[in-house]
Design a protein. Structure first.
Length: 271
C-alpha cells in the first residue's frame, strides 16, 4: 500500500536560515519504496517516488538517491540526484553534493553555474581515483514577477524531462546532452540551461533511465509521453502514486532495477 511521506527535518533551523529564509526541505529516497515524498516552498512544489525492483532484500539499491528544495533570494530551487558506485561511499558523496548545492544555490544567479560548482566539489575525489557517476536535475522557479510562469532546468545524465500541459506533452531537450558528473573530469565544462513556460497545473515529470530503458512483459517500454497525462492531472499529492501504479503494472510481474519518478509544479508566489 502506498503512503505519503513527509520529508525529514534537516539539521538546520526548522523556522529560518541565517539569511532569513525557510530552512531547506531535505528528503531521502533510499529507505523505502512505495512512498510518495512531498516537499515545497514558496513558488514551487515537488514530489518524488521510488519504484523498487526485484533485488533480494539484502542487496543494496542500484543507486543512492537524494533531493532538496530551497527557498533562496533568487527563487525556489530544487535538486534531484543519485550516486552510482560503491554503496558504502555513496551516502557521503550525496552529502557532498547537497552541501555544495546548499552553499551556492542562494548566491549564484545561473543554474549552470550551480551545476558547475557542484561538479567542482567532486573533482578531488575524481582525481584520487574514486569515480562514481552522479546524475542531477536542477530546477528553478525564479523569484519576483520576472520568474512568474517559467521554469529553468539543468539536466546532467537523466532522460529528457516531460512538460505535461493538460493532454499535451512536450519533451524538454537541451541544446546538447550533458553526461553525469564523473563521466569526464568534473568541472571541465558548463552544462546548458533550458527555460520553459510553465504555469500552475502544468507539471514537469522526470523519470530515471532505469524506467526509460526497461522492457515490460510484452517487450515494450513504458510510453510515458502517451500515458503520463492520464495520471498526472488533478491532486498533486496523489499524481505520482497513480502513475507509479500504471508503470508497475506495465513491468509486472517484476521490474529488474531500482528507479525513481519526480514531479515539479510551479505555484503562484505569496504576496
Amino acid at each position: 500500500m502506498s503512503t505519503d511521506a513527509q520529508p525529514p527535518e534537516s539539521d538546520e533551523s526548522s523556522t529560518s536560515s541565517d539569511r532569513g529564509h525557510p530552512a531547506p526541505a531535505v528528503y531521502d529516497l533510499a529507505p523505502r519504496a512505495g512512498d510518495t515524498v512531498l516537499a515545497g516552498v514558496d513558488g514551487l512544489r515537488v514530489a518524488a517516488r521510488r519504484i523498487e525492483g526485484a533485488a533480494r532484500p539484502a542487496d543494496p539499491p542500484d543507486r543512492y538517491r537524494f533531493g532538496e528544495i530551497r527557498e533562496t533570494p533568487l527563487g525556489a530551487r530544487v535538486i534531484f540526484g543519485d550516486v552510482a558506485g560503491d554503496p558504502l561511499c555513496a551516502p557521503d558523496l550525496a552529502a557532498e553534493v547537497l552541501a555544495a548545492f546548499g552553499a551556492v544555490a542562494p548566491e549564484l544567479p545561473a543554474l549552470t553555474e550551480v551545476s558547475y560548482r557542484i561538479a567542482l566539489s567532486l573533482r578531488e575525489d575524481h582525481l584520487r581515483g574514486h569515480r562514481p557517476l552522479v546524475r542531477l536535475l536542477l530546477a528553478e522557479r525564479p523569484g519576483g514577477p520576472a520568474g512568474d510562469g517559467s521554469l529553468t532546468l539543468v539536466n546532467r545524465g537523466y532522460p529528457n524531462p516531460l512538460l505535461v500541459v493538460g493532454r499535451r506533452v512536450l519533451t524538454l531537450e537541451p541544446i546538447y546532452p550533458t553526461p553525469p558528473i564523473g563521466a569526464l573530469t568534473p568541472g571541465t565544462f558548463r552544462p546548458p540551461e533550458l527555460t520553459v513556460a510553465a504555469g500552475r497545473g502544468e507539471r514537469v515529470l522526470l523519470y530515471t533511465d532505469e524506467l526509460a530503458e526497461a522492457a515490460g512483459a510484452d517487450g515494450t517500454r513504458y510510453p510515458f509521453a502517451e500515458r503520463a497525462p492520464s495520471h498526472l492531472g488533478g491532486d498533486f499529492a496523489d499524481a505520482l502514486r497513480r502513475l507509479a501504479v500504471d508503470v508497475e503494472a506495465h513491468f509486472a510481474p517484476t521490474f529488474p532495477g531500482d528507479a525513481a519518478l519526480f514531479l515539479i509544479e510551479p505555484e503562484p508566489l505569496d504576496t
